[in-house]
Design a protein around this ligand. Structure first.
Ligand code: SAH
Ligand code: SF4
Ligand code: F3S
Length: 464
């Protein structure tokens, strides 16, 4: 790859700050890798940086407001160092495109999720006195050939991206606009990355995609349905269950997780593959969004309340002790009080261990913004969200109490936030467990007897 000479000033320092979902954090590791090849070294100190990249999220309005605030703050950094280059990357960059350069005068670089290979060139353009933007989306880019640089790593757990983009067009969601068309990454490069992580001492990996169950490799390029492949492509294709199997076998001593599943696409083949491999964790994040079929339809989720319930039953039949978590949106357009109550009853029925819960936030240009008015008043949204949180918290506490008196196996990730005398890790079902350190180390798999629990945590002691 040719490099612009200006980008090769020796060892310029790069500071990356990531927002949003795991995929964005994983992208930052790709960005660090690309910049590293062009002579940039990472720094943890923003005041020491020559370049600051904010890798941004656009999922809800408050995610973007946070970035606006952060940019106001960064004016100070620029005052101290007038050569400082500031880049806004990721989903907010892709959503706002050149508007971001018009609105935020201190931003020098705007780059969308598919243009990270161009970053050194964009920085070089700024060195030459301009401002630079690239927000082209690609139908093929997966960054599959790159070696991500692990940032802020605990040395134990790592993310591996298996696909990019999303073709689902849920009506509330900005992701299809910010990340473009769905495409799957070459399974060979995924397995190689996992083996490399294993050799570096990592103990757990999470395979990442917006809708992992629709992963399908047939040679590359934009997503196709299995039935539209040629006979030869079908015979050589790799679906998500096949990929899980390959990864689980290539790294049998590592824990394997994945996120996120879509209720429409999760199937028995995947759950049976999980059940067959001890090292694939018994945990599924299966966002329901709403417990009411009419609302789900307005959200274009492509499943009903009953379909979702059948999927939960299928999971519990094949893996009785599976941890299940969800995402829920309160106060989506046109949602009535009765429909909201269906969400509350579904949380109790499904017994989610945990949920991420949000107030609906209208995103410009999404199908919902075009089709509906954001008609649930803010205070009603807030009240519905509190009710959802209350039911979920009750559920989480109940689910966690079932572990009291039992043994769980915990992978130690790091120190407990509350005490430097305790380790923190997760059990197979992804529940956080805290216990006294004793002689154990980060990265150990430890048997812990659970003595008590809170809504979010199991507390216990190692069993010798
Ligand atoms: N691909 C994943 C979700 C990605 S976004 C999936 O389909 O499950 C993560 C979560 O943010 C979503 O599950 C949804 O609950 C929430 N979300 C997305 N758009 C939102 C919006 N406009 N307002 C509020 N929450 C939203
Ligand atoms: Fe958004 Fe739906 Fe795609 Fe998830 S599946 S990223 S909610 S469009
Ligand atoms: Fe946010 Fe983009 Fe992820 S909008 S949630 S960072 S895909």
């Amino acid at each position: 790859m040719s490099t612009h000479p200006a980008a090769e000033k020796t060892s310029r320092k790069l500071y990356i700050e990531s927002y949003g979902c795991a995929m964005n954090f994983s992208d930052s590791e790709i960005i660090a890798s690309i910049m590293g090849e062009h002579g940039f070294v990472n720094t943890q100190d923003e005041l020491d940086a020559d370049v600051i990249f904010l890798n941004t999220c656009a999922i809800r309005d408050n995610a973007e407001q946070r970035i606006r605030q952060r940019l106001i703050h960064l004016r100070q950094n620029k005052k101290h160092n007038n050569e400082l280059i500031i880049g806004v990357l990721g989903c907010m960059a892709e959503r706002l495109k050149s508007k971001l350069l018009e609105e935020e005068h201190l931003v020098d670089v705007v780059a969308g999720p598919d243009s990270y290979r161009e970053l050194p060139k964009l920085v070089a353009e700024v060195d030459d006195g301009g401002r630079a933007i690239n927000v082209l989306l690609s139908r093929e880019e997966t960054y599959g050939d790159l070696n991500p640089v692990r940032l802020n790593s605990n040395g134990v757990t790592a993310f591996v991206s298996i696909m990019r983009g999303c073709d689902n067009m849920c009506s509330f969601c900005v992701v299809p606009f910010t990340r473009g068309r769905e495409r799957s990454r070459d399974p060979e490069s995924i397995v190689n990355e996992v083996i490399q992580l294993k050799n570096q001492g990592y103990k757990e990996i999470t395979l990442l995609g917006q809708n992992v169950n629709s992963y399908l490799w047939f040679g590359g390029g934009p997503k196709k349905e299995f039935k539209s492949l040629t006979k030869e492509e079908q015979d050589n294709s790799v679906d998500f269950a096949d990929l899980l199997e390959k990864v689980a076998e290539a790294a049998s001593e590592m824990r394997i997780r994945y996120s996120t599943s879509h209720p429409r696409d999760i199937n028995e083949k995947v759950v049976e593959t999980m059940a067959r491999h001890k090292n694939i964790c018994n945990y599924i994040h299966l966002p329901v969004q709403s417990g009411n079929t009419r609302v789900l339809e307005a959200m274009s989720r492509n499943y009903s309340r009953e379909w979702y319930m059948e999927k939960i039953e299928m999971i519990r039949r094949i893996i009785p002790d599976c941890g299940i978590s969800s995402d829920i949106i309160a106060g989506f357009c046109t949602e009535t009080e009765e429909e909201h109550k269906d969400t509350l009853s579904l949380i109790e029925w499904a017994q989610f261990d945990f949920s991420y819960m949000y107030k609906y936030s209208e995103r410009p240009a999404t199908p919902a913004a075009k089709k509906f008015s954001d008609d649930v008043p803010e205070d009603v949204k807030g009240r519905r969200l509190s009710e959802i949180i209350a039911v979920q918290n009750k559920m989480s506490k109940e689910r966690n109490s079932e572990y009291v008196g039992k043994e769980v196996v915990v992978l130690v990730e790091g120190e407990s936030k509350k005490s430097d005398q305790d380790w923190m890790g997760r059990n197979d079902q992804n529940v956080v467990v805290v216990f006294p350190k004793e002689h154990y180390n980060r990265g150990d798999l430890v048997k812990v007897l659970v003595e008590r629990n809170t809504t979010t945590t199991l507390i216990g002691k190692a069993i010798h």
